[in-house]
Design a protein around this ligand. Sequence first.
Ligand SMILES: NC(=O)c1ccc[n+]([C@@H]2O[C@H](COP(=O)([O-])OP(=O)(O)OC[C@H]3O[C@@H](n4cnc5c(N)ncnc54)[C@H](OP(=O)(O)O)[C@@H]3O)[C@@H](O)[C@H]2O)c1
Length: 192
Amino acid sequence: MADISQNRLVCVVAMATNHVIGDGEDLIWHLPGDLRRVKQLTMGCPLIMGRKTYQSIGRPLPGRLNIVLTRNAGFSAEGIVAVTSFEAAIARAEQWLEEQNSQTDVPERRIILFGGGEIYRIGLDCCDAIEATIVEDASHDGVRFPQIDNAAWHDELLEAIPASDSHPAFSYHRLTRIAQPAMSLAERAQST
Ligand SMILES: NC(=O)c1ccc[n+]([C@@H]2O[C@H](COP(=O)([O-])OP(=O)(O)OC[C@H]3O[C@@H](n4cnc5c(N)ncnc54)[C@H](OP(=O)(O)O)[C@@H]3O)[C@@H](O)[C@H]2O)c1
């Protein structure tokens, strides 16, 4: 039996400099390469997303376990696992990784905090890393990513893409925690 504390919770997000992540229905920008990057970061991993984000995508993302948080115990859709608490989402993700690990030697066991705003607010305290696309555009309002304590994170700039006629400038960042997460996944799973 693997130690569940070996699993890392990684947040994947695209946000504006004012932390806006979407208009409540959909994403705001279509950034070249960003969806490919999200696919690379998430393939083979369990995703934890809110019901609104799931419905804005409109289908389960292939090659990943799609865990959808909803308070509606009757919610179901083909190709997803619906759960009614964040702790149940973590437990389901851990179980799936355990099953995958028994079949293949998974090099890194990552659970992805996939959004949207409500789900980031619930899970960010447990995250070990944030893979962020930062968009140089503060002209929109909408759903926001929570404020983070910059002193608690090491921010590595991976790549900067200049603006073009079709999109604002944006950059890829990897934020890693300087200290341990406020609450570990194991503690979170045990709090049910
Ligand atoms: N830019 C990005 O990287 C990114 C990523 C993801 C999403 N988004 C955007 O974010 C927006 C959606 O975000 P959002 O904050 O409005 O919605 P959301 O976080 O996607 O989903 C909210 C829903 O999650 C469920 N939920 C929340 N807390 C729960 C809890 N404690 N227990 C059980 N279920 C819970 C509820 O579903 P029920 O109402 O069914 O109970 C709630 O309505 C969209 O615009 C989307 O495009 C952006």
